[in-house]
Design a protein around this ligand. Structure first.
Ligand code: NAD
Length: 355
């Protein structure tokens, strides 16, 4: 492996190694007897081997209890026993399913992860969370089961669409902004060089995220700030019937948060807004998705956010000294009108810009 960098993430159950570099992926697959769980989109990248290779279609239908049951039965059929190890290769869907299944199969298999989307490389691959959909509810069940190691090889970026890259960058800039002004400015500098050196940006964003997951592994306080853009974003995803990818919906959600009257204003916030708008403009599919915006579904999904209480909306908004903070408002009809107004304003600006 031509190493770019290597660092550890500490958890309550030990620490794991994150390696970023080119060529690392092939060695990790070829040199072990691990059972491979691989995203069908990158199946061709896994070399011929004797150990089992289980192929997963990366869709939200796979990320269900039924999908996990199928995979558990495939592991059993492949003769996987306690003490064997899993190597997961794929995007966030494969990660969620592999984390969950490794956690519960015969009470736990050690697993390693090779992320293949930019979102997974720069965001989800550390933190150890699994999230599985149940019924209509996304990410309703899951746990925290960290991998033994994460191997990041930017070779996988080559086959991603522009829209998938923009979605990954949307999550990445959100993390860097949450970490503070210095981290955000460093991100902008690295973004300008992303085409030549994607590993440097990925490393920077993961080190920003590492701070949150180490200081608050179980999502009680600081890590919750990484939900920036998500209260609006999840509701927007629902309102456009998932025609906007999660990452792009987060960029849109960040713009809604910035437009909220309780958001801090200033040059940093302006730079964040400009960056998110350029990511959305570059992704190409946004205006089409927004034209079918369903306000009823938006309100339902917004109000269902786990952070809110019966009489308060809890929003993560840009803070006056950089970074973000949790802000509580009421949840009256007047408070709802503010949420609807900032969302309307964000939609109008997005559509206006793309017209
Ligand atoms: N566990 C966590 O911490 C966490 C965090 C954020 C998001 N998620 C979940 O991750 C999922 C989204 O993950 P994602 O954005 O990585 O997308 P994804 O896993 O849904 O993959 C998107 C598409 O890209 C394809 N793909 C994967 N790698 C590719 C490559 N290198 N080249 C071409 N195509 C490729 C997949 O087959 C799929 O069609 C959501 O379900 C979300 O809830 C989990």
């Amino acid at each position: 492996m031509v190493a770019h960098s290597e660092f550890n993430v500490t958890t309550s159950v030990g620490s794991y190694d994150v390696r970023i570099g080119s060529g690392g992926f092939l060695r990790s697959v070829a040199g072990t007897r691990d059972v491979v769980i691989v995203d069908s989109a990158v199946r061709a990248m896994v070399p011929q081997r004797d150990a089992p290779v289980l192929v997963v279609e990366a869709s939200e239908h796979t990320k269900t209890l039924a999908g996990c049951e199928r995979l558990i039965l495939e592991l059993r059929q492949a003769g996987v026993r306690r003490g064997d190890r899993v190597l997961a290769v794929g995007g966030g869907v494969v990660q969620d399913v592999a984390t969950f299944v490794s956690d519960v199969y015969m009470r736990g298999l050690a697993w390693s992860y090779v992320p293949t989307t930019l979102m997974a490389m720069a965001d989800s691959c550390i933190g150890g969370k699994s999230s599985i959909n149940v019924g209509e509810v996304k990410n309703l069940v899951g746990g925290i089961y960290p991998p033994e190691s994460v191997i990041i090889d930017p070779v996988f970026l080559a086959s991603l669409s522009g829209s998938a890259i923009a979605a990954g960058l949307s999550e990445a800039v959100k993390i860097a902004y949450c970490r503070g002004p210095e981290a955000f400015n460093e991100y902008l500098w690295l973004h300008a060089r992303f085409a030549e050196d994607p590993a440097a940006l990925i490393e920077h964003v993961l080190l920003c995220k590492r701070w949150f997951v180490e200081v608050d592994e179980h999502d009680q306080l600081e890590r919750r700030l990484l939900n920036f853009g998500h209260t609006f974003g999840h509701a927007v995803e629902s309102a456009v019937d998932h025609r906007l990818s999660h990452g792009l919906a987060v960029a849109f959600g960040v713009l809604c948060a910035i437009n909220h009257p309780l958001s801090a204003k200033g040059p940093l916030v302006n730079a964040l807004g400009e960056h998110c708008r350029s990511l959305l403009a570059g992704a190409g599919t946004v205006d089409e998705a927004l034209l079918g915006f369903d306000w009823e579904r938006f309100e339902q999904a917004f109000r269902a956010d786990k952070k809110h209480s019966a009489d308060a909306f809890r929003l993560i908004l840009p803070a006056p000294d950089g970074g973000v903070a949790e802000v509580e408002t009421g949840a009256t009809a007047k408070d709802w009108d503010v949420i609807a107004a900032v969302t309307r304003q964000t939609i109008d600006t997005a559509l206006g810009e793309h017209a």
